[in-house]
Ligand binder design. Sequence first.
Ligand code: 5GP
Ligand code: ZN
Length: 143
Amino acid sequence: MTHEDCIFCKIIDGQIPSAKVYEDEHVYAFLDLSQVSKGHTLIIPKTHTKDIYETPPEVAKELFAKVPLIANALKKAYNPIGMNVLNNNEAPAGQSVYHLHLHLLPKYKADEGFSAVWVTHENDYSSDALQQMATEINESIEN
Ligand code: 5GP
Ligand code: ZN
């Protein structure tokens, strides 16, 4: 379903031009304008869904199914030394376009391109605390 004010729906429809990498029945992949690193690609479902929270399992399945295909194409084309797959949800987490998308970010040098700051709090949690947290999350799962 296309959303009128969604720029990614317009890209899928061809109303906004894009550098298309791949397209099939379910997904569309194109180069991110920002090119955080060479080949930085976005993969999006053709079904409009705002973010990961609102994504039906079928759409998630079809979307992620194509990630290895595009990742391997980037690896073959540009020989990166690593690859990050990133999905931002809600503004505080960096989402700026509200049509679900996965970033494929090839890494060519350890200190260039995308990087995440991994703040560890390992020492703050006992194994009991971790178990309790796991239970709390598990009890929140709605199937
Ligand atoms: P987010 O910040 O939501 O995770 O990622 C949105 C991405 O979409 C940004 O990296 C931004 O560069 C990219 N983007 C926004 N508008 C356009 C556009 O019109 N064309 C393309 N190719 N990329 C876009
Ligand atoms: Zn959309």
